[in-house]
Design a protein around this ligand. Structure first.
Ligand SMILES: C[S@@+](CC[C@H](N)C(=O)[O-])C[C@H]1O[C@@H](n2cnc3c(N)ncnc32)[C@H](O)[C@@H]1O
Length: 303
């Protein structure tokens, strides 16, 4: 049985299959085989796309699709993330924490910890280094990672894999002053509101999330007329909603958007600063998902 938590997104009837799934879950939990929860069945069409997406995550060597880039370094992060990212990284103290969601090989974290800057860009390297956690669904640690982790010892850098962001509790991960996501969970998740909700729950008040999403309806309205969007958001009546407009409705956060309409792929750079703790994200439901790098998705806001 595939353990997917898209239950809130794709509603299905309570079939015999669903009841069987619940029974299996109870047996598994009774036997102490791990913490899982019942899933409502998803549409078979979506299941097929999720399976294709899993194959992309698990791909290795020559099988990795060319668009699935997993080795961007810190200088790539500096040029892709909203302005302010490097300053924020540079302000972190020794005891602060940085989470990179969808870290791939973890190269950005390695660059941050490199003793000699390998790039002309000196992003975030102020002398002190925060503790860094790189998270990926699949384990893409390289020999370089293993070596650096061994040299640094302790928990200065950590690599988490084997599950998605939503599968970790706040207690398990702890809180962070800085969270980044470069073509990671934000671009790939099938449950947008749950993803953002989890990110915000992991941020300390005063902390910030820096990310980007390509091929969305841009905040500045300068989309090319022929644009077809890879990530779409509609309200309950089916009208288009801009990603930034939706995010800006969230209480207790300040959202900044930089629309890059002149990039090859029009992209919204998003920074979200958490200013108080009472955060709640308007729920979204998944309407369409097509596997890819990143996938095509259509979400609907739920009242
Ligand atoms: C295209 S790679 C990007 C890697 C890296 N950020 C880079 O730019 O080179 C996508 C990464 O996002 C991860 N990912 C996708 N959805 C995720 C989720 N919900 N939680 C954690 N990681 C996720 C994948 O496992 C993979 O590590």
């Amino acid at each position: 049985m595939t353990m997917r938590s898209v239950k809130s997104s794709v509603k299905g009837s309570k079939t015999a299959g669903a009841r069987l799934a619940v029974l299996i879950v109870i047996v598994v939990q009774t036997l102490g085989l791990g913490a899982v929860w019942p899933q409502e069945p998803t549409e078979p069409r979506l299941d097929k796309e999720f399976d294709k997406q899993e194959k992309i995550y698990r791909s290795q060597g020559a099988d990795v699709p060319s668009g699935y880039v997993t080795n961007r370094g810190l200088s790539d992060y500096a040029s892709l993330l909203p302005s302010g990212f490097c300053d924020m990284l540079g302000r972190l103290s020794n005891s602060d924490r940085w989470l990179d969601i969808g870290a791939g090989d973890g190269q950005a974290v390695l660059d941050y910890y490199a003793s000699e800057p390998t790039t002309a860009e000196n992003c975030g390297r102020s002398g002190t280094r925060a503790r860094a956690v790189a998270m990926s669904i699949e384990d893409r640690r390289t020999k370089k990672w293993q070596l650096q982790a061994a040299i640094l010892g302790g928990d200065r850098i950590q690599y988490l894999s084997g599950k998605r962001l939503r599968d970790y509790s706040v207690e398990e991960l702890g809180k962070f002053q800085l969270i980044t996501d470069v073509y990671g969970g934000f671009s790939y998740t099938e449950d947008l509101s749950r993803f953002i909700g989890k990110v915000l729950s992991l941020l300390e008040v005063g902390g910030a999330f820096y990310t980007l999403v390509q091929n969305v309806q841009l905040e500045n309205g300068k989309d090319k007329p022929s644009s077809s969007f890879q990530t779409e958001l509609v309200d309950s009546a089916g009208r288009d909603i801009k990603m930034c407009s939706w995010l800006k409705q969230t209480p207790c956060v300040n959202v900044g958007c930089e629309s890059k309409n002149d990039w090859d792929t029009p992209t919204e750079l998003v920074n979200i600063h958490k200013i108080c703790s009472d955060v709640s994200v308007q729920p979204t439901k998944l309407l369409r998902y097509e596997a890819g790098n990143p996938p095509g998705r259509r979400f609907q806001l739920e009242p």
